[in-house]
Design a binder for this molecule. Structure first.
Ligand code: FES
Length: 149
């Protein structure tokens, strides 16, 4: 869908068409405080065009396995701001970068540990008795302890 580049406010249908995110998902994100809209004179919901950028962050973030709670936390730097300035986008970018770096580190760690014991409690690999004898790591907490430490 081609949007009029001069159009500042978009209907939910336009937002959906341009972003590739369903109308119901947009309403869901809005109900979670991740997107904002206002009502026009005809009582129709309108979204500022910048919500497309936020929606893109959400869409890509979800694809990368970033939780809505993490996204909401990152978005808190622009919460209650009527106008989002360049400096606000930069702050949001920094938060986003931190989340991505944490994900990236975990992915790298997982990649490097493929084929080795990850401390998950399965005791099914040859090196489990060496790295996690008798699943002692289970006493330290849940999940794959070697990956999460
Ligand atoms: S891989 Fe699961 S405990 Fe070693």
């Amino acid at each position: 869908m081609e949007l009029d580049p001069n159009k500042e406010y978009l209907s939910v249908g336009e937002l959906s068409a341009r972003s590739g995110v369903s109308v119901s998902a947009i309403h869901f994100y809005e109900s979670k405080g991740l997107l904002r809209s206002h009502r026009n004179k005809g009582n129709q919901r309108r979204f500022h065009r910048r919500e497309l950028r936020l929606l893109s962050y959400i869409k890509v973030g979800q694809t990368l396995g970033i939780s809505l709670a993490e996204i909401k936390d990152a978005f808190s730097v622009i919460e209650n701001k009527k106008e989002i300035k360049v400096s606000d986008w930069k702050k949001l970018g920094k938060r986003w970068e931190k989340i991505l770096t944490e994900k990236q580190n975990l992915i790298e760690k997982m990649k490097s540990q493929l084929g080795f014991c990850i401390g998950c409690g399965c005791l099914s690999l040859k090196d489990c008795p060496l790295r996690n004898p008798d699943d002692f790591m289970g006493k330290e907490g849940q999940g794959p302890r070697i990956l999460l430490e």
